[in-house]
Each structure stands twice: as C-alpha cells, then as structure tokens.
Design a binder for this molecule. Structure first.
Ligand code: NAD
Length: 345
C-alpha cells in the first residue's frame, strides 16, 4: 500500500467498511495544498479491493494535476465505492457514504463519476454539505464539452495554423453527454462531424441533430480526419489502435486516453498532436469547483476558455523541446503543485 502511495505521492487514504449498508468505500486524497480535494465518486464493480484502491490513488493524483493546470483552488481526491455483486439498498449505502465524507470534515468534496448521478449526490447531501453535482446544479458536461471545443481550436491552430474549423473532418467516439454537446458546437462552427457509438439511440440523435456521417465503433480509429475526439472510453490509445490512427490530432474528453504513458511519446514521434486528457477535459471540474464556491457562471466560463491558452503553451513547449505533450503537461502540473508547496514550506 505505501509503495503505491509513495509512487503517486498520495497523502491520505481513508477506508469505510459498513456491514449494515454493505458500503465498502475508499477515499484517496492526493493533497490539499490549493484547497479541499475535489473529485468524483466512482461506483463500479472491482475484481478485488487492491484494484479499487489503485483506482482511487491513480485518479486522485489525476485530479490534483487537473486542478493545478485549470487554475482552480482545489486539491485532488477521488472516492471509489465497490459496487456490491448482489442486492443493495442505494439509500442506505449512499447515506453511509455521505457520513463517511462528512467525517473527513471538508478535506474531500465529492461529485459524480462513473456509476453515480445527481440522484446519488442528493442522498449524500442529506448527510454532508461536502458534495457537488446534486440535482439543483447544472449538468457539468456542457462545461466539459466547451473546454474540449476550445482545446480542439487550440490544437487546430497549432497543428494546421488555422483559426477556424470550417469543413474540417472531426470524428467523435462516443456521443453521450459530452460528445453530443461537443457535436453541436463543432457543427455550428462548420466542421464535418463523424460519429461512432455502441448505442443506436445516441447515434440516431447525433445524425438527426449535428452529425454528417456515422462509422462503426472499430472503424473510428482509421477514419481519415483532422481530429479524433475520444469522448467515450478510457485506454483508447493502445498498442493496437495507435497503428491504425487516421488523424492528425487527438483531442477529446475521455479520461485516461493513453493505456500507458509511453504512448504519449509514440504519438509525438508519429507527428500526431495529443491534447493531454486531464487538461482538455477540465471544464466539468472548473464548473463543480466554481458552483461549490458560489462563483458566477462567467468566472467558470472564463476559466474554461483558458483551456485554449494552457494547451497552446503545452504544445509550444512540446515543439521547442521535442518532448511529448503529455510529458510537458505532467511536468507543468508538478511544477505548479510542488513549486507552490516548496515555496510555502
Ligand atoms: P456518457 O456515458 O454520457 O457517454 C459515453 C458514450 O460513449 C455513450 O454514448 C456510450 O454508448 C459511448 N461508448 C461506449 N463504448 C463505446 C465504444 N466502444 N465506441 C463508441 N462509443 C462508445 O459519458 P460522458 O459524461 O459523455 O463522458 C464521456 C467521457 O468523458 C468519459 O470518459 C468521462 O469519464 C469523461 N469526462 C466526462 C466529464 C463530464 O463532465 N461528463 C468530465 C470529464 C471527463
């Protein structure tokens, strides 16, 4: 346990095991230097508790890096709840989770993630105020999509030296919450939008509202396009798919797009511009943080728009030093985080 905590420089790991509700939950707090740790609560099935713990630790660091580069005053944290195999009472389970969050006295603020929705956040809210994304807040996906849209514009400017998206082929993998909102923005900007999804209803909506073409899920990788925008799954860039890519730019909302960090360098060597996932998809975090702190929507939108400039800076550094953009983003996040911590020490 301490080996992986050291590796990811995670400061705190909290565990709650409750026999009555069946709650088995882990909260990892990477650090709270810039403010309370803010990060989603994942509710999925895990093969074992080691996998659940590793997920919480890895994701908590990701949230710290995301917050540092998005300029929000939050630390990084993440919660995972191991989804029971059989029957469970959601009200009991999430109530107990709410009490668990409350017991940390504000060092961790929870939010939605895979497997949780505003409905679960509403239950949690009955037991703690350290919660965002309840049903009385906006859907953060629209802010995430806006950030990805800005990121695509920054990528196109850097790679193709163009200020507009008119006629550009942009392929979106996954037209769920974020992919659909993004598709509308791209269509409005004049792009030729290609989509793929495993859900026919989502494809139908996309085709009737903004998309010009649909391709099969496996064909999206080799579809010739300027931008490939992963907005569905994790680990989509792996040793198989990297050989097929038909794009010049990868810029999408999906979390953990690279199966391993070395693939960042492979993309760089292939001349494919990669917009690091946790930089381009920070819009949802920016909104959640801003909403929690009662800032205006304008403040949130300004920060989301800044994703354009943060990515442009990363791309410039990447070009100047001939280093993968994903490595530059990690270095920049660490220097913001640990530079500030060292200064305070
Ligand atoms: P979602 O569940 O609403 O949409 C995902 C879509 O991907 C669905 O339509 C699903 O059918 C599709 N999909 C699944 N497998 C696929 C496959 N093999 N090929 C093509 N499509 C497939 O999720 P979302 O909220 O839109 O989030 C999308 C991604 O962005 C996720 O990785 C999420 O973690 C990440 N993200 C989302 C937010 C947010 O604000 N929602 C913020 C940051 C990161």
């Amino acid at each position: 346990m301490f080996e992986i905590l050291d590796q990811y420089q995670v400061n705190e790991l909290h565990v709650r095991n409750d026999a009555v509700s069946g709650l088995k939950a882990i909260i990892a707090i990477h650090n709270t230097h810039f403010g309370p740790a803010l990060g989603g609560c994942r509710f999925i099935q895990y093969n074992n508790d080691q996998d659940a713990m590793n997920d919480a630790i890895r994701l908590a660091r990701g949230m710290s890096y995301k917050a540092a580069l998005a300029g929000v005053n939050q630390g990084g944290g993440k919660a995972v709840i191991m989804k029971p195999d059989g029957y469970y009472d959601a009200k009991l389970l999430f109530s107990e989770f709410g009490r668990f969050v409350e017991s940390l006295q504000g060092r961790y603020i929870t939010a939605i993630d895979s497997g949780t929705t505003a409905k679960e956040m509403d239950i949690i809210q009955q037991h703690t105020s350290y919660v965002t994304s309840t049903s009385d807040t906006e859907n953060p996906s629209i802010y995430t999509a806006k950030g990805v849209f800005e990121g695509i514009k920054a990528s196109v400017k850097h790679k193709l030296n163009r200020d507009d998206l008119q006629g550009l082929r942009i392929a979106i993998q996954g037209v769920g919450n974020v992919g659909t909102a993004l598709g509308h923005m791209l269509d409005k900007a004049g792009a030729y939008v290609i989509v793929s999804d495993i859900c026919q209803a989502n494809i139908d909506t996309a085709m009737s509202e903004f998309a010009s073409e649909v391709v099969a899920p496996d064909d999206i990788y080799h579809t010739p396009c300027a931008v490939f925008s992963p907005c569905g799954l994790s680990n989509v860039i792996n040793k198989e798919t990297i050989e097929k890519l038909g794009c010049m730019i990868i810029a999408g909302s999906a979390n953990v797009q690279l199966e391993n960090h070395l693939l960042g360098r492979s993309l760089h060597e292939k001349g494919i511009l990669y917009a690091p996932d946790y930089v381009i998809n920070a819009g949802g975090l920016i909104y959640a943080s801003s909403d929690y702190q009662n800032h205006s929507k304008t403040v949130a939108m300004d920060k989301v728009s800044n994703i354009y400039y943060t990515l442009s800076e990363i791309f410039e550094q990447s070009k100047l030093t001939n280093t993968a953009s994903s490595y530059i983003a990690d270095e920049l996040a660490r220097s913001k985080l640990y530079g500030a911590i060292n200064q305070a020490a």
